[in-house]
Design a protein around this ligand. Sequence first.
Ligand SMILES: NC(=O)C1=CN([C@@H]2O[C@H](COP(=O)(O)OP(=O)(O)OC[C@H]3O[C@@H](n4cnc5c(N)ncnc54)[C@H](OP(=O)(O)O)[C@@H]3O)[C@@H](O)[C@H]2O)C=CC1
Ligand SMILES: O=C(O)[C@@H]1CCC=N1
Length: 277
Amino acid sequence: MTIGIIGLGNMGQMLVKGLCKSGIISPQDLIVYNRTREKAAPLQQRYPFQLAETPQIVCEKADLLFICTKPLDVLPVLRELSLPSGVHLVSVAAGVSLPDLESIHTGAISKVIPTVTSEELRGVSLLVDNPRVSPEQHAALSRLLEAIGTAEEVSEETIETATILTSSAPGLIAGILEEFAQAAVRRSPELEIDTARRMLVETLAGTSRLLENEGLSFDQLIERVATKGGITQEGLTVLGRTLPHAFDDLFLMTKEKHALLKQQVLLQHEERYGDSK
Ligand SMILES: NC(=O)C1=CN([C@@H]2O[C@H](COP(=O)(O)OP(=O)(O)OC[C@H]3O[C@@H](n4cnc5c(N)ncnc54)[C@H](OP(=O)(O)O)[C@@H]3O)[C@@H](O)[C@H]2O)C=CC1
Ligand SMILES: O=C(O)[C@@H]1CCC=N1
């Protein structure tokens, strides 16, 4: 099977690295196009994939085609192409829906929301298919996603909330850890910020191993750490007071951003067809 990738940014690169590292494909199975061709060179040296001159060549050679541009570039880029009806189109763009893509491709389409952590072969890819995806195409795509982590099938209604938990989360967790480290240094200025960051990274790795290897729930882990009448409980009380508002706000704002993106994509349809789709 030949896998095409258009757009070698964060997600395109993650797919190249993850899929090749996992051994599920060899680099020669990949055909890639990037608008700025020279950006592909370092990655191509490490993983000798085919580098196409044009995106049209990619979609003609690929059985499975990942479009990995930013959301508002997806439809304009695809519209310039003549997509073979047999190609299985996979969009990774947040805010671009299956009906948006169906206005361009009459064949099989999946929406996948991958995650940057799949470069390390861990993390969750979210997956939703349109009705034209055959069982074989679904199985082939699922196999690839399972090679770079786990794949969760979700509805288009759920995908936006789930995106925050799986795909935005690595960045959000990094943001939380940075605030955690900065607060520690504000409290104890003799502590080097890099030392605080290193402590947190190692603690995060240990925490995830403990949760996973011992099958602990979050509550069970809390019980192991927070000695009755001890120090951690004070911290948990602060989190219980402040975090529900922060996370409600986070989901509200990210939902609004999803809605804005969808509206902008809809406008792209209107500008082209002069109607609502
Ligand atoms: N980053 C993440 O963790 C995740 C991102 N996504 C989705 O993945 C998509 C890509 O995100 P990300 O990889 O971070 O973005 P990047 O900005 O890193 O990459 C975008 C890529 O699209 C290419 N591109 C832009 N415009 C065009 C065009 N007109 N024609 C051809 N190629 C073009 C760019 O090429 P050039 O090198 O020339 O600029 C670049 O390779 C987005 O839709 C996002 O919603 C989904 C889940 C997670
Ligand atoms: O932030 C973004 O828009 C993309 C989609 C999910 C993760 N990164």
